[in-house]
Design a protein around this ligand. Structure first.
Ligand SMILES: Cc1cc2nc3c(=O)[nH]c(=O)nc-3n(C[C@H](O)[C@H](O)[C@H](O)COP(=O)(O)OP(=O)(O)OC[C@H]3O[C@@H](n4cnc5c(N)ncnc54)[C@H](O)[C@@H]3O)c2cc1C
Length: 488
């Protein structure tokens, strides 16, 4: 049994911590910020409680499986509610509410496009196969070699996985109506690339969206962070907050010491870093011991950055649901301004989350908790002027579409952008959710969980396998702990 250091208390770090502790190791988590959750932190002000990052609770089976690994259940820690409708999409002239029932969704698609219900059934049947192969097999590989993917179960499903097709042509093959296409392409945005660049394998996300559903943990997404920390503590993990690691040192093929910003030194037998991979690799390791060169990192295709606004509004906002996608402007133009010619787009798509529609615990009575997210080109630094300009654009559209004045009713406001991502999370290029999930950055083609220089250093989190998102982060921690456990 050994002494294990985990850097970062994001989901991946806490998942790895829990699995290492379960195996009997002595585990300490060092976190630079004030509390657990990493990007799923919380900010409270004036009676409002804002989730700072993730807001969509998808793939509940992954969370169940995680807690079951420790003989626990999700409901031992937090209560889930399924949202119905799952979300609202604002198109240019009207809105579409996506119901929890995919049967009902099929009926609504049929009204837009005759024949679409039967096609949706077929589409979701294929998505189910991909989900099962993808989430039970592919994402659970450590990504250390191509040979891992030579697995009879994976190969059996391979023909139906559409690995070489892209999402856009796959959707367009079956559906013509622009609203249906937009709804089926939307989940790909979580993966950080455009539908035309994302393998059609990822229609597994449509299964997660339209069949498994959108859920909400009462109290907010941060409840998951608290739950994981509690589980870790029950397993004996020690958490130390406001403790930033500034370098890792060792001899030969082994690291043995973490130097902290306050000068403290912590000794360990094995280290798993859940901090942004690039930060650990380029800034914490001794010179010449990096896993990847600067050139390698520069050539990675990153998921978009974000500008976020946390807004406390002192009245109710009619017409908004819990999750609202503003797809009322040109999707392809915005995507082009993110990926092709990185630029400040004129009319950005945006997402508005209003969790107080489901849970009055996150805002004072009669008020709304509003979180706005605008995707931006990766690595593009915003400024106060850009944030203000975008704020006004978003407000104009929100006020117009909800038919209510908002600007004069904002009693709490915090903006969060490029520099905040860098300083709060040590995020590479200010990324919000890691590397884009392109075919060239999938599985064993992602930055490796293992260090080439040190046998007792491992990496976990959204920049390595399996990728960005809360469920993948839980899986990342588990599969890294499995590899790390082999050498202790
Ligand atoms: C705005 C936003 C919205 C999102 N929406 C969703 C969503 O709706 N659904 C979903 O599933 N996913 C969503 N995601 C993605 C998801 O939140 C992330 O993929 C996931 O939380 C990443 O977890 P992680 O453990 O890899 O990294 P992180 O959460 O970033 O954890 C890394 C931790 O390491 C710490 N750290 C860094 N450097 C050091 C150091 N030197 N010393 C000590 N500690 C250090 C950081 O402070 C941080 O706490 C969203 C992300 C963002 C930013």
């Amino acid at each position: 049994m050994g002494k294990v250091l985990i850097i970062g208390s994001g989901f991946s770090g806490m998942s790895a911590a829990a699995f290492m502790a379960k195996s009997g190791h002595q585990v300490v988590v060092l976190e630079k910020n004030e509390g657990p959750g990493g990007r799923a932190g919380v900010w409270e002000k004036g009676g409002f409680k804002f989730d700072m990052g993730p807001s969509w609770y998808w793939m509940p089976d992954v969370f169940e499986r995680f807690f079951e690994s420790f003989g626990k259940k999700v409901e031992d820690y937090y209560q889930l509610e399924r949202l119905d409708p799952s979300y609202r999409v604002y198109f240019e002239k009207d809105e579409f509410d996506v119901p929890a029932s995919f049967e009902e969704l099929g009926n609504r698609f049929e009204i837009l496009e005759p024949g679409a219900k039967a096609k949706l059934d077929k589409f979701l049947k294929e998505a189910k196969i991909k989900y099962e192969v993808g989430m039970q097999d592919l994402v659970r590989k450590p990504g250390l070699s191509f040979t891992e993917y030579i697995d009879p179960r994976v190969f059996k499903g391979l023909g139906s996985l559409h690995l070489l097709k892209d999402m856009r042509s796959y959707v367009q093959k079956s559906f013509k109506h622009p609203q249906i296409k937009a709804i089926l392409e939307f989940p790909v945005l979580f993966l950080g690339e455009r539908p035309q660049k994302t393998p059609a394998l990822y229609s597994l996300m449509n299964y997660a969206d339209l069949v498994l559903g959108t859920w909400y943990p009462k109290g907010g997404m941060h409840e998951i962070s608290k739950a994981m920390m509690k589980l870790c503590q029950e397993l004996g993990v020690d958490f130390k907050f406001k403790k930033e690691v500034v370098s890792l040192e060792g001899e030969g093929k082994k690291l043995s010491k973490a130097i902290l910003k306050n000068g403290d030194i912590l000794e360990f037998d094995l280290v798993i870093s859940g901090a942004d991979y690039n930060h650990t690799d380029q800034e914490l390791l001794p010179k010449g011991k990096q896993n990847y060169s600067k050139k390698y990192w520069e050539s990675r295709s990153m998921a978009p950055g974000s500008i976020l606004y946390f807004l406390g509004v002192n009245k109710r906002i009619p017409k908004l649901l819990h999750h609202n996608l503003f797809f009322d402007t040109d999707f392809d133009q915005h995507a082009n301004d993110i990926y092709e010619n990185p630029n400040w787009t004129q009319n950005p798509l945006f997402y508005a989350c209003c969790p107080s529609k489901t849970d009055q615990a996150v805002a004072p009575d009669g008020m709304e908790n509003l979180f706005i997210l605008i995707p931006t080109a990766p690595g593009k630094a915003d400024s106060a002027a850009v944030r203000e300009e975008y704020f006004n654009k978003v407000m104009n559209r929100l006020e117009d579409r909800t038919g209510t004045s908002l600007r004069n009713h904002i009693v709490v406001r915090r903006d969060f952008g490029f520099h905040d991502f860098k300083s709060r999370y040590h995020s590479f290029k200010g990324n919000a959710y890691g590397l884009a999930n392109t075919l060239k950055q999938t599985g064993f083609l992602k930055p490796s969980i293992k260090s080439k220089s040190f046998e007792n250093l491992f990496f976990t989190g959204q920049l390595t396998v399996p990728g960005p998102g809360v469920p993948p982060s839980l899986i990342s921690g588990e599969l890294v702990a499995k590899e790390a456990g082999k050498i202790l």
